[in-house]
Write a protein that binds this ligand. Structure first.
Ligand code: NAD
Ligand code: DAU
Length: 335
């Protein structure tokens, strides 16, 4: 691998991954290809913008001609796809862009991988397994997505499988648990709670707050992706998470404690329709490749909270315009 196209690289995980790959692999060139939707942000890549091994291409993964042009112009040999609509609540409001980008966009990239003989890696999600009432999901478990977002990501995983089997595309998938860390758009629960708490605003906790998530540090996830890219078996999927679940209410209390804010800021609001109460990943398959998460949940949360405290320049300007409109629609009537 020499020249990697990181699609969706101006988003949260993609920008962390672009930076991580540049550091880990001094001989690689990283080309970020991104549509710059509301979630894409060139500020996320500001510190690597002048790196001679980095380039940015503004484009849509649904645009086959633009994807092919980027592949040719940058002599791309590998695609890592992170371009997606990613927020479950938005997929409940309107799933259109999710189907376009997460499903059709994946198809366009697979066609490019087939045509140019590229290595392909898909950054997938644990949400494809659906609500896990007991035990932990293995990669061979049935895909039972329950939100339009999760269904769009599961569709992408199935398409990839079909391209491996039918067209021998050299593809792998990672299915990651919830990420936290620097540069996460403040619609996702942790940066939403942290930035609201800093401003003494309510933390809207869905339902009884006893849903469980495996919150992992974004750079641990990036390490897992890198490992599967280099050591994973083509055609296989790998779960990436810590294997430990946390209740949302406990996460909210810890955020408030870390910021020295009162618990009275927690505001219970109506639950998310179809809310998956628990995800849980069996990560033994990735462990066999030599992987261990580098951060505990407490360390990951601490570093995340500190980053938002130190980087108001980054998030304050995001909490305007489109965000305010979305926040009103999502929370104003939610009692
Ligand atoms: P994000 O919402 O922060 O960023 C998504 C990026 O994709 C943005 O930069 C956006 O501009 C870009 N994008 C959207 N539509 C596009 C299109 N049509 N063409 C090109 N670019 C487009 O997302 P994230 O949280 O960084 O997630 C990245 C990937 O990881 C997604 O595929 C997501 O499903 C997956 N994932 C996320 C998590 C998580 O906790 N955030 C966990 C597991 C897996
Ligand atoms: O599990 C991986 C997935 O994690 C990724 O595939 C998704 O792209 C990513 O958005 C994330 O999905 P979740 O739905 O788990 O993340 P979110 O931050 O939206 O919510 C986390 C938990 O917090 C969930 O149980 C819902 C709850 N929540 C969320 C918001 C936004 C609240 O209680 N209040 C909120 O305001």
């Amino acid at each position: 691998m020499q020249n990697i196209l990181v699609t969706g690289g101006a988003g949260f995980i993609g920008s962390n991954l672009a930076r991580f790959l540049l550091t880990q692999h001094p001989d690689y060139t990283i080309v970020v290809y991104d549509k710059l939707t509301y979630a894409g942000n060139l500020d996320n890549l500001r510190d690597i913008a002048k790196n001679p091994r980095y380039a940015f291409v503004h484009g849509d993964i649904c645009d086959a001609a633009a994807v092919e042009r980027a592949v040719r112009e940058h002599a791309i040999d590998t695609i890592i796809n992170l371009a997606a609509e990613t927020h479950v609540d938005r997929s409940i409001m309107d799933a259109d862009a999710f189907i376009r980008t997460d499903v059709y966009g994946t198809y366009v990239l697979l066609e490019a991988a087939k045509k140019f003989g590229l290595r392909y890696h898909q950054v997938g999600t644990d949400e494809v397994y659906g609500w896990v009432e007991e035990g932990s999901s293995k990669e061979t478990d049935a895909l039972l997505p329950r939100s339009p977002y999760a269904a769009s990501k599961a569709s992408a995983d199935l398409l990839i499988h079909s391209y491996v089997v039918t067209h021998q595309v050299q593809a792998t998938i990672t299915r990651g648990a919830n990420n936290i860390g620097p540069y996460q758009y403040p619609e996702k629960v942790v940066p939403l709670f942290v930035t609201n708490a800093i401003d003494n605003l309510p933390l809207p906790l869905y339902g009884d707050g006893r849903q469980q998530r495996d919150y992992q540090f974004v750079l641990d996830h990036c390490e897992g992706i890198d490992l599967v890219l280099h050591k994973g078996k083509v055609g296989e999927a790998y779960n990436v998470g810590t294997g430990r679940e946390i209740y949302n209410i406990d996460m909210a209390r810890m955020v408030l404690q870390m910021l020295g804010k009162p618990e009275s800021l927690i505001q219970y609001v109506a639950d998310r329709p179809g809310h998956d109460r628990r995800y849980s990943l069996d990560v033994n398959k990735l462990r066999v490749l030599g992987w261990e998460p580098g951060h505990t949940f407490e360390q990951a949360l601490e570093q995340t909270v500190q980053w938002y405290v130190d980087n108001e320049w980054w998030w304050r300007k995001l909490k305007s315009g489109e965000y305010v409109e979305y926040y009103r629609k999502q929370y104003a009537e939610r009692k």
